[in-house]
Design a protein around this ligand. Structure first.
Ligand code: G
Ligand code: G
Ligand code: MN
Ligand code: NA
Length: 253
């Protein structure tokens, strides 16, 4: 109960902020976008991970207000990134399950995009593999509405859930994001390496660009490069950065 109350007052107390993790192209090491990641710095409890508070926000319904704030803040910052970095700089925003199924999501995103004057093709929404596969007929409706607005999609945490290749094909997501757990085990673990190579091929067969998450070492980078992975996210290039740090990173990358 206490945590719920603190969470509810986090926005008006200015305790939430976004950090941005660069997405870097393997071929030329250029940053072509970033993923917005939420951080809660509670006055009373210190910093708390989204893996701990997002589930509570989901249960209490606060996630809709919080998710709305994330979208507004991320797109406001995106407009600044595009002014100083590149007009086609992309922003990826994570959607929670209840946000994804909220009937007002599509009109709300349309409003935010209009207010921020962002080209919708530079906005990418990340949904997890399981969100995409549960209630798949509903999911395909929502996805089609979002794509009519001109947005693109990522299938996040891929490899940890259950996928129907038939749906994966219909969703026409722009990016397939391979979960960090596979990357953690290369190059030592042969079967993780083979699974990775096969996920990359699968993504390409379905016309998606493949992103590897949680890349930390030179060895992992070279393995992914030789396996034709497209984009890398991870400490090897950069941890999540503040807005100012991301701009500095983008100017010198
Ligand atoms: O940044 P970090 O590794 O601590 O994130 C932990 C988890 O929280 C990840 O699964 C990430 O997708 C999720 N997450 C981070 N920011 C957001 C957000 O703004 N909305 C939602 N729904 N999930 C987020
Ligand atoms: O589930 P999702 O992919 O949205 O979560 C991404 C999370 O992974 C973020 O919280 C981010 O901070 C974390 N992360 C990103 N790169 C690395 C990395 O190289 N190593 C580790 N340990 N965590 C990472
Ligand atoms: Mn994500
Ligand atoms: Na992920």
């Amino acid at each position: 109960i206490r945590l719920e109350e603190l969470l509810r007052s986090s926005l008006k107390n200015n305790e939430m902020n976004l950090v941005y993790q660069p997405k870097v192209s393997i071929s030329n090491r250029a940053m072509n976008g970033a993923e917005a990641l939420l951080r809660w710095n509670s006055r009373e409890l210190g910093s708390i991970s989204p893996s701990d508070f997002i589930p509570i926000a989901e249960e209490t319904g606060f996630i809709l207000e919080l998710g709305d704030w994330v979208l507004q803040q991320a797109l406001r910052d995106l407009s600044d990134f595009q002014k100083v970095l590149s007009s086609d700089f992309e922003m990826a925003v994570n959607l929670s399950a209840s946000q994804f199924h909220d009937k007002k999501l599509v009109t709300r995103i349309e409003q935010i995009i209009q207010t921020s004057q962002i080209n919708p093709s530079t906005v990418n929404l990340e949904i997890t593999e399981n969100m995409a596969m549960e209630e798949s007929n509903k999911a395909i409706d929502i996805i089609n509405h979002l794509k009519e607005l001109g947005l693109s999609l990522s299938i996040d945490d891929f490899g940890t859930g259950y996928s129907s290749y038939n749906y994966l094909k219909q969703y026409k997501a722009k990016y397939l994001k391979i979960d960090k757990s596979f990357v953690d085990e290369i190059p030592e673990d042969k079967s993780s390496g083979l699974i990775l190579k096969n996920i990359i091929n699968l993504g390409h067969i379905l016309n998606m660009e493949v992103i590897a998450e949680g890349v930390e070492t030179e060895d992992q980078f070279h393995f992914l490069k030789s396996s034709n992975c497209d984009i890398i996210q991870g400490y090897y290039f950069s941890k999540p950065l503040s807005k100012e740090e991301l701009i500095a990173y983008g100017r010198t990358d």
